[in-house]
Design a protein around this ligand. Sequence first.
Ligand code: 5AD
Ligand code: SF4
Length: 460
Amino acid sequence: MNAYDSEVAEGTLRAAGYEVMSEGDAVERKSQKVKGEKRGQAYEQNELLPVPFFAPDIILMNTCSVREHAEERVIGRLGMLGKLKRTNPDLIVGLMGCMVEEHREKLFKRFPVLDLMVGTRNIKQLPNLIEQVIKTRKQVAQIKQDGISIEYTELISRKSKFHAWLPIMTGCNKKCTFCVVPKTRGTEISMPADEVVREAGRLIREGVKWITLLGQNVNSYKGDVCVGAGLKPASTFSELLESLCHLDGDFRISFITSHPHDATEELFRVIAKNPKISRHFHLPLQSGSDQILKRMGRQHTYPEYKRKVDRLRELVPDIAITTDIITGFPGEAEEDYQATVNALKEICFDGAFIFKYSARPETPAAKLKDDVPFAVKNQRNHELLKIQKQMTDDNNQKRIGKVSEVFVEGLNERNPKQVIGCSIHEKKVVFFGDRLLVGAFCFVRFNEIKHETFIGETTK
Ligand code: 5AD
Ligand code: SF4
């Protein structure tokens, strides 16, 4: 969702006449000693810069509050920017994203370096806010949950010509006790189905070949409007997917993220019968212990989760399933942790993101005693990563010799005679192929794997 919001921010700023710099641009410009840059450049950053030496007039950070670590990085960066501002007082520093929703105007007091803040539902206001800062040099913010939650816009600077994010819902009505998202993104709002289908059609006509539907819990999508001529009514997520598959053209649809409680048999059946839908399913488990799942407010037990995964694998045998796990949730005893170890081994996921629990302000879990020592969280985290690596390797080995549909994303930088692509299971593969293949789908046999990248060859 943040990646999408950044693309909207960048497109909005470009349309208002701003130039957007990437980290690479900034470094290059410095080495070329470009002088006399006009006011109003924005700087786009994906990673922490070691030293702030670039030359933009505006620095915007899009932030995440899901885990404490992400926030700490932003706070560290704000400290560095404070020093930079002492040498360049005209510099404008802005924040967007979930940290803004979480802490709101309180951040202005704590960080005088901040000039502006924009909420996740108010991104279009960025040019106005910048103008206000330039005119008044006062701290300004637009953080309104009643702003437009999702608004499809052509003012978007997509990172890729071929891939587009497409938000279909935002916010979350679940109440996982560890999670800050219901606070930062608000309650669920879905886009009407006909608008989603229209936007997807527009993207496909524009040359997009792969659309990722976005939502905090796409499975609870409720688009209560019937879709246009010739297409079926769509109100559930499964129905929406079906409608999208009926659109003309060669394209792939994937989606993130799902909740086990709402992932239905109907959805699995839709995936099974539609080859345009990605064979990758991300289904967060969080813990293998029922006791911990209950304390997490997850609304599923491990056996229920396992039954869903088994059914999904029955209906879509080649599906790649990935998950999220939290280690060290309050009260996680050795036996709870062992239950998670067993779950990882039993389910044999294709991949797992494993996070150390961090208490988020004002979440129900923040009231529980954060009683698993950091060293234990850390150790459990490391062990789970190791186990998961083995499981991922086992799964990947099983794919050797098989043929998969691959979307060709670009040339392999290390060997321009090769192209690089992403399989229908969302596995990376390189193979010898003409550059004309870029942006197209083809079938590839997976021959071997090196460092989690498959090496393959095209088949007829
Ligand atoms: N601490 C650690 N991990 C968290 N996640 C969400 N909240 C927290 C937290 N407080 C993880 C969950 C979720 C993923 C996006 O982030 O695993 O699925
Ligand atoms: Fe957070 Fe996901 Fe739970 Fe919603 S379903 S509260 S986004 S972890």
